[in-house]
Structure formats: structure tokens, C-alpha cells
Design a protein around this ligand. Sequence first.
Ligand SMILES: *Cc1c(COP(=O)(O)O)cnc(C)c1O
Length: 403
Amino acid sequence: MENRFIDPFLPVDENGYYGTFGGAYIPEILHSNVEKLNEAFAKYADDPDFIAEYDQLLSDYVGRPTPLYYAKRLSKHYGTSIYLKREDLCHTGAHKINNAIGSVLLAKRMGKNRIIAETGAGQHGVAVATVCALMGLECIVYMGATDVARQQPNVERMKMLGAKVVPVESGNKTLKDATNEAIRDWCCNPADTFYVIGSTVGPHPYPQMVARFQSVISREIRKQLKSLTGRELPDYVVACIGGGSNAAGAFYHFLKEPSVKLIAAEAAGLGVDSGETAATIHLGKEGIIHGSRTLVMQTEDGQIVEPYSISAGLDYPGVGPLHAYLATSGRADVAAVSDREALSAAYLLTRLEGIIPALESSHALAVLDQKKFNPEDIVVINVSGRGDKDMHTYLANGNLIDD
Ligand SMILES: *Cc1c(COP(=O)(O)O)cnc(C)c1O
């Protein structure tokens, strides 16, 4: 195939394979759509005008660069040097807006005026609804009915922004089901509709494209760490992983630096072996979900197992193909963090640093309790979002914190 965009940092081939993971497993009706997306992405990924518009919105609208903050009291508590990448300070409160801006700009270049998206915690839905308001485009967001109930503030924000929120009643009514509905919509409206996927999942080129739009995170980390410490490379980069977009962004510019250890924190829910979990990399087997070959939580006969996590953004039975590859090839370590461990890490960060993290990000912070770091280590943790949307859950579960 001609005109493919070959990424200089990702371990991906021109057909979107990361080792044996990835690819594009899509119904016939979407072939030409995905092919046109491939062409558009190849055309604009390195286009100076496109990049200039994207970069300007990131700085003037999103508020980038986000700080890399040396967390003094947290560092003292754990006996190591901890730097927090503050994606929680992005406009709309999470890293998702980085991708939403890039993707919607691409949609506009392709002449598509109807934008659809799926959302779990609501952060991606809010980010896409925000960018659609900014650019005057129609926006429809599919969201599992369970998530609509547990993430009310974000539902209200999307509505105020002018988006139509469609509750999805199938399956366990969470992210997987919302994604199914969004794909169904895309199949029915292939001509005028652009599907903005919120993570490094879905058929090629989505995982690669979303990783690219999030890669600004690690580009900034390198520069900021250099000016703060004199070193461009940390010893560790830690990020939580649902589909994998904030981790992909935080890892991207370190993937080819073997001295930088990468740790992904996935949601263990009530425990990896409890049956109530979203620890996909620990439990998953190769299979196909949402257009991509990856690790999937499934039964012996290939039925998808319903995931569970206290955190709506991590409650997904698959994982992006990049991360399936990084984990199985040994490039990244994967921690499984339970609901209780995540809650405890959230309270600790809040009390020591005055930062209330998103429940998702709390899973990354909990790695500090699982793993002993050395005093001379530099550990960068990606704080993917802020905790406002989770206040209800934090307050309802404060009794689980044993301090
Ligand atoms: C959506 C979300 C996540 C999980 O998605 P990834 O694609 O794995 O990053 C993590 N943190 C926050 C704050 C989110 O909104």
C-alpha cells in the first residue's frame, strides 16, 4: 500500500502490526473509510500547516506545556525522586484533549462534519464535545448506561457543550458496549462521519495516530526533565493503562531508550483472580476486539469476559496493540493495581501534595507502593487527569482507606 505513514518511534509496521498484535479487522463497508483515514493521516502527520495549527491549539487552548512537577513530600515519603507530569492541568482535565484536537483537525481536513465518539469515564466525550464546540461541528457521544450514571458531571458537561449523549444499554453498559455502538454508527454513516477513538485501540491507523497525538507528553517530559535535573532520561516512566493512550504518550519518546524502564499500571479491580477485574494484560489471550488483534479477556470459547474496575476509564476487556506488544516482548513491566490500592494512593497524593488525581491516574501512583525504588532513581509518573469527576466515588469509599 502506498502513502503509509511510517512512525519513527513506534515498533509498528506499515500494516499496523506491533509484533503479532494490531492490524485492521473491519467489516467490508468500512474498508474505504479506513483507507481514506490512512491516506489523510499519512498526508498530514508531517504537514507543517497541520502541525502549526495543532501546536498552537495545544499551547493557547489546552494550556501546554503542562508542568513536570517535582513532588517533594511524596518523594520524601517513598525515598526516591518523583516527578509528576501534570496532564490533569490540561483544559477539560485530562490528556484526552491532545488526541481530540488532532483527530478533529484531521476530520476537518477530510471534510467530515459529523463527529462521533465513544466514552467511558466521560473524559474523551467531554474532550471531543469541547473541540466540536470550538470548531462548530455536530457531535454524538456513545456512553454505557452504567457510566452515564456514575459519571454524571461529565454527562452534564457534554450536554452543555452541545453534544448528544446516547446511553448504551447492551452488555454491562460500559466502555466496550459504547465502542460497539460507535462502530455500528460509523458503519451506517461512512460518508459524512468521522469516528474519533479515545485511546490507542481500534483498527490501524488509530492506535498509531492516537499515540502520535499524545506523544507531546513525552516530548515535553524530556525537555523539562533536562532543565530540572540536567538529565533528559528518567529511570522510570509510570502510567496507568486502559486502552493505553496516556501511557503511549508518556512512553513514546523513551521507547527506543533501553535505559528508561516503562511501567504500565492496569486495573485489577477486586483482584486479578477475583473474577471482578480489568487486568487485561495479566489475564488476556490473543483475540480480536474492536478491529484489532490484541490481548483480550475471554472465556475458553472466545466470549469476551465483562471487565470490572472502580475506575470507568480503565474498565475495558482489551488493551491497545502497542501495549500488548510492549508487555509480551518485555519492554514494559505491567503492574496490576486493585481498587483499594488506587484509592489509597489517591488519598496519599491529595494529603501530601494537594492534588486530587483521577481514579485512573491513581492506579499509576499506586505503583509506588508495589515497587521499591532507589533513592537515586528519577521516577516520572503521568497524572493523566484530575479527580473532580470522581469525588463521589472517593467520598463513598473513604472507609476503605486504612490510615
Ligand atoms: C480515559 C482515561 C484514562 C485511560 O485511557 P488511556 O487511553 O489508557 O489513557 C486514564 N486516565 C484518565 C484521566 C482518563 O480520562
